[in-house]
Write a protein that binds this ligand. Structure first.
Ligand SMILES: Nc1ncnc2c1ncn2[C@@H]1O[C@@H]2COP(=O)(O)O[C@H]2[C@H]1O
Length: 353
């Protein structure tokens, strides 16, 4: 689930400006974790990167337990020794003995109804709370970018947040929801953009801190597995819907005006669904004639005119209509509708100049 780590204990500190004897350093294929609240030394990063390939496949037992590594030094120098995972775990920043400060207590009360918090045993709650940091995010701010490596997972405190792929909304998240977990658990880059719609407040937690929580709280592992399964089931269901459709594609490749003409010219009977950034639009065709249209709170011709302005999203066409729609009247002459709609698009483009 998470990348393996190699842990080192600093055994000698000779005037090192950053670290002290006893400090723990943890190295994975992608990160170097330094002791909490201490900066990361770039000289050490360079040397650890060299060591990484040498050590990743070796267990601490395979190495001579006395082997001591040194940094190349600056004004000071440290020496460090590899230690087993069990010893490193004892240095967790999460320590059940420490009580929460008043701010932490207030946060715990604020989120006590969140599903993730309900899943955590009482004895671990303080440890979980201590790992979070509150962040205020402005509206329309993308805080997870598709294709980029994420460092944080987020728990949403307030605000509306949208998960999207190619400007197409996949899911809406709100208070109590988690995001950023897929790339972290899958050891991959973010699979979607995550953006605030309104001003929002989130709790962020670093992947490393979350990893430590997962190590010590099996209930949290189960909770995260459930979230992944639910999100996968939802995504499978939408894929199956696309398979059921007989035609689908991107609107940027074929804008609504062209799509409407295709179904009109080929005298198609069925429903064209447009998954647009602001919501789903539907147009029903019976033998190429438009007999129904809906988009947001608009219907009929008004909905068609609004759809013609859209340039991003996905479409699917599914053959067949309900018995009621098979009998419904046309909403207007197709060519007149199209001409009027295109004229309106041109006019609003002119006004926008
Ligand atoms: N179908 C979905 N439902 C809810 N959230 C999702 C869905 N797909 C992706 N996400 C979230 O969007 C995030 C993008 O970054 P990650 O892949 O790290 O983690 C992802 C999830 O947190």
């Amino acid at each position: 689930m998470k990348p393996p780590k190699i842990h080192f204990r600093i055994v000698t500190d000779n005037n090192c400006p950053l670290y002290n004897e006893g400090d723990l350093l943890s190295l994975s294929a992608k990160t170097l974790t330094c002791p909490e609240n201490k900066e990361t030394c770039l000289i050490l990063v360079r040397e650890m990167t060299k060591l990484l390939f040498e050590l990743l496949d070796r267990s601490p037992e395979e190495e001579a337990s006395t082997k001591v590594y040194s940094c190349s030094g600056c004004s000071g120098l440290i020496k460090f020794q590899r230690i087993p995972d069990e010893l490193a775990r004892q240095d967790d920043p999460v320590s059940p003995e420490q009580p929460l400060d008043p701010e932490g207590e207030a946060l715990l009360t604020e989120i006590s109804d969140f599903p993730i918090i309900c899943a955590v045993p009482d004895v671990e709650l303080a440890n979980v709370i201590r790992c979070f940091r509150k962040e205020q995010l402005p509206a329309n701010f993308t805080f997870i970018n598709k294709g980029r490596q994420g460092i944080y997972l987020y728990l949403i405190l307030s605000g509306d947040i949208v998960v999207s792929d190619n400007a197409l909304a996949i899911a809406h998240l709100g208070r109590g929801d988690i995001c950023g977990e897929m790339s972290y658990l899958g050891g991959d880059v973010a699979g979607a953009d995550v953006k605030t719609v309104t001003k929002s407040e989130v709790l962020s937690i670093t992947g490393d801190a979350f990893s430590q929580l997962l190590d010590r709280i099996p209930e949290l592992q189960l909770f995260m597995a459930k979230i992944l399964v639910q999100r996968l089931a939802k995504s499978n269901a939408s894929h199956f819907n696309v398979f059921d459709a007989c035609m689908s594609g991107w609107i940027r490749e074929m804008p609504p005006a062209e799509l409407f003409q295709v179904f009109h010219m080929h005298q198609k009977t069925g429903v064209l669904s447009l998954d647009l950034p602001l919501g789903v639009a539907k147009v029903s065709f019976r033998e190429g004639c438009v007999i129904n249209a809906q988009y947001r709170d608009m219907t009929s011709q008004e909905a068609i005119f609004a759809m013609l302005k859209e340039r991003e999203g996905r479409y699917t066409f599914t053959s067949g209509l309900s018995p009621e729609e098979m009998k419904a009247a046309e909403i207007g002459d197709f060519m007149m509708l199209l001409m009027e709609g295109i004229k309106r698009v041109d006019e609003s483009a002119e006004e926008g100049k």
